[in-house]
Design a protein around this ligand. Sequence first.
Ligand code: ADP
Ligand code: MG
Length: 262
Amino acid sequence: MSAGEPIVLNEVSLRYFTPQGETLALDRVSLGVEPGEFVSIVGPSGCGKSTLLSIIAGILPASSGTVTLGGQPIRRPSPRIGYMLQQDYLFEWRNILDNALLGAQIQKLDRARAQDRAVFLLEKYGLGAFLTHYPRELSGGMRQRVALARTLVTEPDVVLLDEPFSALDSQTRLALADEVVGILREEKKSVILVTHDLGEAITMTNRAIVLSKRPGHIKAEHTFTFAGYAGNHPAPFTVRTLPEYNDYFTSLWQELDIHIGH
Ligand code: ADP
Ligand code: MG
């Protein structure tokens, strides 16, 4: 298993230009993510979270500042960085196996190797009996697992998750969060999770970065530690039962500074 390399963002800013004018979406964001680290990015809607992930994914160039993986600038999408979106974007006309192979196909990776890995992952995620089924035959949780398999088939070192569970009902969401964290830790990935769900941030990641309202800049940062779990983040479901959970939730909530009605 690759040891991975750090992601470093240095003073990243992003301006969108539209016919109506320009919008500063991100304002000098600096951040480091170590190999194997799970970091969440939280902040109010419209603060630039998805924009930040698209920059790290190499899809959107920063207006200023740099993003590097292992010291090399990220300028375009790379098989080393996997990106999983809020919607699963499965193609209804492709069966589950072919959907899982999509990323590998786009990146022109070796077909036989990608297929072995896709089958291995889908079987591991309980989808072995569904390889030739179509997305419409699957539940929301199963579809998200296919999307995760597709992200992991290309063997990225870093996985970017943009609100991956927001389309799911709350039970499925809790169960899947546990599963996904287990899978990503076992695979020793670095993870950057964008979420507006504070519980998800605290239970799934080791550290949360709080972005301000637009233009997003880093307002605060929290490292989550739990008494009796030195160095090991407990499973998400366990975290919710620990006394520290509520304390972290309260501090994050205050920092988000959400005023209903404004
Ligand atoms: P978040 O994911 O935190 O909700 P986004 O990154 O999607 O926020 O958007 C940040 C800001 O940039 C928002 O104000 C949004 O309207 C604006 N924005 C996003 N994408 C574009 C775009 N393609 N063109 C112009 N403005 C955009
Ligand atoms: Mg978003």
